[in-house]
Design a protein around this ligand. Structure first.
Ligand code: SPV
Ligand code: MN
Length: 630
């Protein structure tokens, strides 16, 4: 690629692609490196024109309209609401083709890597002329509150108005910071191209879909895809860059919600939670008393406290199953006349209504992620095509939430008192359990998250998968190193957050869920009380579980529900044999990760010993009423 320098030549190089106005917008940012990059991208991808998005209301509106004109989004009968389809083969994150570029011969345990030079050569080929005839958007965003020392910055280039529109909803546009800081600003870069589109508007070169992450250059390339998890740079592509920066600088970049839970006397306790996609993370975040974030958290040690910020201001949440009874707040927002929403991969009915599983009436004919849809439609292999996809999503502003915590804008973040780790687990973990301490929690709960696979990634649903910190898909370092980073982080803190596992998916022997959807709020309230030492707990071989009477009280107070002893006994019995199997599975995974901190194996060995002793004493199941209080 041409590495020409000098403003004069940049003007020449961009002249054929940019109107004077947009050229001036770009040149207003005093950063020659940025100008050179844009010139290189333009020469390589050959867009028709460039559009520099300053984040002004006019630019935001232009992008909204352009997405419709360009048919990347379709109008609905609701004001401010559009539908986007990714297409049948592009409905989720593509793990296989998402790769971290590394020097020859290097690899990172459990992380998908690829030779850097080969990867960049492939990218150059794939991007050659890829934007011909397209408008290329350049957007400038803050990844965190304005003026926060913890915020990161990003430039997104994309030929997709849908991607630009999504980012305008999900992130704070901050063109002015780029003007002010110029070449002194450290920022991530994202380059995305939709690639050829078929007659339905989908990216059609799916076999050439690539998401390549170049840590050395702080840049991510994404091509031949539209699904937001593969394309919206600041969503999950940034997470890999952020994790890498965090490792170097000693902060945590997490796949976690941040919520406030109210306790006695009106106090608000901040809790973060990591769950693999599709395991109740967004719904937990929405159920809490206040919401700071629903997907990502950056956590720094500040004056001895772990402080969390949400880099986002919007939500790209799963819509499948969202219904007026269980999720009244988000349901209200999705259909409210004054809100802006992009629905993706739902069903757009012929009369312009939007349908997903959870809307009370039955689906009607329309258009969906697979094309025209009608009752009984089957795919080539004879399987029924669901009217709305299980990974269908909504993109909307968090500001619509009645329980949005104003501290989402706090540049110093909120103090994290507890961290929660959840997964889809039908037969092993109890609904909620506290770890004995930071190290025990990081090893046995965070680093050991497992979950039955959902529709958010391509592949077969239902298989139990290892997913440490619920972040495996987004790791750019080894899980061993990620654990080490957390263990070391404690050294900067005066008080570490307490750590919990939660499990909303336990089932009985007939396959029925042991808990109701709303029970999760009780677990959060219990965690809140524990974080302040307000209630006792019962000691199990795997951690500290609630005392029956405390839960009985909380169920009554919070949900106005009776909580019976039998329910507690069944939900909180320790499944000893299953726990032992789990340790065996997880330990065998880490034994193949060379940089796993030795303390991991020690803590797991101790846990195994406690479980074996318990089995000798109680058998394969321990009745929680037989355990001692602590
Ligand atoms: C997730 O899958 O964890 C999401 C959506 O939050 S995606 O952007 O696809 O990652
Ligand atoms: Mn997520």
């Amino acid at each position: 690629m041409n590495m020409d320098t000098g403003a004069g030549s940049i003007v020449e190089r961009l002249a054929g692609y940019a109107s004077r106005e947009h050229l001036e917008r770009l040149l207003a940012i005093p950063d020659p490196r940025l100008h050179r990059w844009v010139a290189e991208v333009v020469e390589l991808t050959q867009p028709e024109r460039i559009y520099v998005n300053t984040g002004s209301p006019q630019d935001i509106e232009f992008i909204r309209r352009y997405a419709l004109e360009n048919k990347e989004e379709l109008p609905t009968k609701y004001k401010g609401k559009t539908v986007h389809f990714d297409g049948l083969f592009d409905l989720a994150r593509d793990r296989e083709n998402t790769r971290i570029l590394v020097p020859p011969g290097q690899s990172i345990p459990m992380v998908n890597t690829f030779d850097r030079e080969r990867g960049l050569a492939e990218i150059r080929e794939l991007f050659k002329g890829v934007m011909k005839g397209r408008l290329m958007f350049i957007g400038f965003y803050c990844f965190g509150p304005r003026n926060s020392p913890f915020s990161l910055y990003a430039v997104q280039i994309t030929d997709s108005a849908y991607v630009a529109h999504s980012e305008n909803i999900l992130y704070r546009a901050c063109y002015e910071v780029f003007i002010e800081k110029g070449a002194g600003l450290d920022y991530m870069r994202f380059l995305h191209a939709t690639g050829e589109r078929n007659e339905l508007g989908w990216s059609s070169n799916i076999s050439k879909r690539r998401i390549y992450i170049d840590l050395d250059d702080n840049i991510v390339y994404s091509v031949n895809t539209q699904y937001a998890g593969n394309t919206v740079g600041l969503k999950k592509l940034s997470l890999r860059l952020c994790v890498n920066k965090g490792r170097r600088e000693g902060f945590l970049c997490e796949h976690m919600f941040i919520v406030g839970v109210k306790g006695p006397g009106g106090r608000v306790t901040y809790i973060t939670g990591a769950y693999p996609a599709g395991c109740g993370k967004t719904s937990t975040a929405l159920l809490a008393d206040t919401l700071v974030g629903d997907d990502l958290a950056i956590i720094h040690a500040y004056k001895g406290e772990p402080r969390a910020i949400n880099p986002e201001i919007g939500s790209f949440g799963i819509i499948d199953g969202v219904n007026p009874v269980d999720d009244p707040e988000i349901y209200r927002i999705l259909l409210h006349p004054d809100t802006e929403v992009i629905f993706s991969n739902i069903l757009l009915t012929e009369d312009g209504d939007v349908w997903w599983r959870g809307r009370p009436e039955p689906p009607r004919r329309g258009l969906n992620y697979a094309g025209p849809w009608g009752e009984g439609l089957k795919d080539e292999s004879g399987r029924e095509i669901l009217p709305s996809h299980p990974n269908a999503r909504f993109t909307t502003h968090l500001s619509y939430l009645r329980n949005l915590d104003p501290r989402i804008e706090d540049p110093m973040g909120v103090t994290v008192e507890a961290m929660v780790f959840g997964g889809r687990d039908s037969d092993t973990n109890v609904p909620v359990e506290e770890a004995f301490d930071w190290v025990h929690g990081n090893v046995t709960k965070a680093a050991a998250v497992e979950s039955e696979r959902t529709a958010a990634v391509l592949g077969q649903v239902g298989v139990k998968e290892f997913n440490p910190y619920a972040i495996l898909d987004f790791l750019s370092v080894s899980p061993g190193e990620f654990l080490r980073l957390h263990l070391d982080f404690a050294g900067k803190l005066e008080k570490t957050p307490r750590i919990y596992s939660v499990n909303y998916f336990l089932r009985d022997k007939d396959g029925r869920f042991l808990n109701e959807k709303t029970d999760k709020i009780v677990w959060l309230k219990w965690i809140e009380l524990r974080a302040h030492g307000d209630v006792e707990a019962v000691e199990s071989p795997t951690g500290l579980i609630p005392v029956y009477n405390d839960l009985e009280k909380l169920f009554g107070e919070v949900l106005n529900k009776e909580y019976r002893e039998e329910s507690y006994r069944e939900q909180f019995k320790i499944r000893v044999a299953k726990q032992i199997e789990r340790i065996t599975r997880i330990t065998s995974i880490y034994s193949k990760v060379p940089d796993t901190p030795p303390v991991f194996f020690e803590v797991m060995r101790e846990q195994l010993k406690r479980l074996e002793e318990a089995r000798a004493r109680y058998g394969d199941y321990i009745d929680p009423f037989r355990l001692d209080r602590k």
